[in-house]
Design a protein around this ligand. Sequence first.
Ligand SMILES: [Zn+2]
Length: 483
Amino acid sequence: MKRLSRKPGLVLLLATLACLAGTVTRGAPAQPDWSKVDEETLRHYQALLRFDTSDPPGNEEPAAQYLKQVLDAEGIPATLYSLEPHRVNLVARLKGSGKKRPLLIVGHTDVVNVDPAKWQFPAFSATRNGGYVYGRGSLDDKDNVTASLMAMLLLKRQQVPLDRDVIFLAEAGEEGTTRVGIQFMVGQHFPEIDAEYCFAEGGNVTRIGGAVKYASVQTLEKIPRAIELVAHGVSGHGSVPLKTNAVVHLAAAVAATGAWKPEIRLNETTRAYFTRLATVSAAEDAARYRDPAAADDYFLDHEPRHASMLRTSVSPTVFQGGYRVNVIPSEAKATLDVRMLPDEDPAKFLDAVKRVVNDPTIDVHYAQRDTRPGAANARLDSDAFKITEAAITKHYNTTTLPTMSTGATDMAYLRAKGIQCLGVGPAIDFEDGPKGYGAHSDQERLLESELHRFVHFYYDAVAGIAGTGAAPAASGSGSRGAK
Ligand SMILES: [Zn+2]
């Protein structure tokens, strides 16, 4: 998935205002000897980064086998599932008392492709340099895979008493081939991953100038759709202009849809997002965040992602028409990238687009696209959200912003099945994205210290959500519990 970036000047650090909502405090789970655990974390992270799981073709099998072998050695049962050869998903489960429904923790083992010439260190070398680990997947999403793995190992070793099962899903195919990954698992093996809550990618903690500014937890995402505009006219010789020229009609339609500002609608997530963002922002920015609808024009000019968060968005992205200079073509076609608010009515929205186009020679319809199902947001008043927020406060001492992604993740499939999903991730430097070190960039890296902080946070959050809150059976802090 694509990480978000935000304008740095917007934000003032006001960590003391963290936690607008009440926190749920539970007894901290038994803590391991973190210095030893950190070494182990780094070893697994580097091992995972060294598998070339570029998708396409994917080939997640060696990574899944590696995870299985680590879990097997710890006595945690893991099963492999694949729809196609070498596209392997792994599911492992720690049993709880069954008092509550399971918690699912998810990471994807595939990564996007690389251009090897652009990499300072080879993309699958997991090179350590200057406090960073470099490698494709270091941010997307082998950080979450590693944190999930470590949570499983530590819950087992520390013998944390669980009120619910914790299920680890290391999935294939997130980067564009979901049919072999989340769609396959939800469609054919759902009982193996069915849960009340889930953790997956999609959030992160933003650092600016090396200081933590806020944490984003993804609780909702927009739904990608595609709309095609097809203009039909009379073909003819280019030397004789025609009023029916399909290219001219299409150009006007594309201009109209591009300039259109669909209706603004906030939801629970975006309302909380802007309200909380205001508390960590400078006065001028804060005023806009307190009334985001009124700041729409400013957002369109200066913070376009925020404008997109207010509405179903439309971006014309493809324009096709004509094949030689002296022929007026009879047809021209454009495609709009539409990102729907989760509560949008697709039929009504298509009617609205037709009204904007307002041209009987243009056919307006939905086109095929790898879309995601729509679903309601993860509740902000759930125990899982509050425990996650408390763990963020503990480890990052900052405000948690619930976010609606303008992009799409595999959580959509899980939310559509009723699972409350929260997107989390490690702290990354805001400045690193523009330098070309972000997810899907020509280079990718994560600070080792932030990998470790993320694993510590993740363990506390998972143990908080799934644990009984009681002391562990054995006082094994600092040593490995019985296998
Ligand atoms: Zn991803």
